[in-house]
Write a protein that binds this ligand. Sequence first.
Ligand code: SF4
Length: 474
Amino acid sequence: MQAGLSGADLENARRILPRYVGAGPRYTSYPTVPVWQDAFAEADHRRALAETGRQREISLYTHVPFCRSLCHFCACNRIITRDPALPQRFLDAIERELETTHTAIGGVPRGVQLHWGGGTPTHLEPGQIERLFRATTDRFPLAAGAEVSIEVDPRVTRPDHVAALVECGFNRISMGVQDTEPATQAAIHRIQPFEQTRDLTELVRARGIERVSFDLVYGLPHQTDVTMGRTLDAVLSLAPDRIALYAYAHVTWVAKQQRGFERGDLPGPDLRMRILSTAIERLTAAGYRAVGMDHFARPDDELCRALDEGTLRRNFMGYTTQDGIDVVAFGPTAISELSGTYVQAEKDLATWQGLVLAGRLATARGHRLTREDEKRRAIIRDVMCQGALRATAIDARFGGDFARDFAPALGRLRSFEDDGLVRLGVGGDVDVTPLGRLFLRNIAMVFDAYLDDFGDGVVNGKTSAKAGTFSQTV
Ligand code: SF4
């Protein structure tokens, strides 16, 4: 799946866009979170962790929920605070959670990946960062060569934070940038002069952390293809290894502050498409490869290698090279991906804290995948990661006859083929075209067995789910 969009593709994209604008999942999991059951209990969670204990390797994720101020576009689970007592209590609680989880897992799989997200992990003080890192790796030792990464906010990350990260052994930094334009920064309540991003990038590299990624968002207030071009010029001058270009999700039922955006300030679907296609053109011209739905990486980056080797995976951390590795997650709202089971922790900080300090697992909901779920997850991952489906590979792995079993879905894809989004081969093979890259979520939705529970499913080639559950697909 390559970018390679032609002018004719873009013209075509504008023409067909109205048929595909609608709500739909981002497929960081399948089945998606609304399908999971609240009745999934702590005992189920413990059983799943015990299964993970039989694995040799795991990935560790910690959610640090605190931020100093609210960015108005943000729909993450975060707590805005300047109260120093909150992170302190959080650390006490997470140490108990690490201990309880370690006991439940039983074995000692090695950590091949560790990632801290949020919120803002560098909201923690440097000493707190070292404490959390030690508490994690004392119980779950990291393998040599493990990827150790963290999301940082340049507005709050100081040189002594960087020193602590180096001391711990972090080797990848993912920096929140979003957009460099003053009008957009003002509208989203996130003033971040470019010099802050530049200085922090130079500092972490000088201290030996060479792998730096930037997170950008398209579809924000006042953005146009022209302003996106300027943002890209700025960040490309720092030569990041990767750029994640996320679609702004207007989900006011989750993030009420987004209602403050005048709808007139937000680019409409046509302009969003132009912004995205400008970004794809600009990034590929600069030598980056498009990876999956929203990542761009230098050709020598591990993500590109995983793409070429067919081992690229998508999970709650985005695109990852850790194929088939369980994710054990810590912190409020954190999502674990255990052997065949998804589990999410309690969202409310006080509830989560109360449970874990009492030696419990703060299980909020979960889902044990059926064989059919696993098959559809593999199909949706192939679409979202590789942009291609091979019927023989699916049949070899799961049995059955893909072309026969998925005849209704393949039938729906014929109108996508007419629109130039996919090529359908004999035997049920599907290849996403460069134009189809812009509509990956719509293509994946065709294979989702649960969408009808959330809306009108697939109608006349248009896949859509009920508003109030998912964000816009394009
Ligand atoms: S964008 Fe990042 S820093 Fe801003 S509120 Fe969301 S999590 Fe916090």
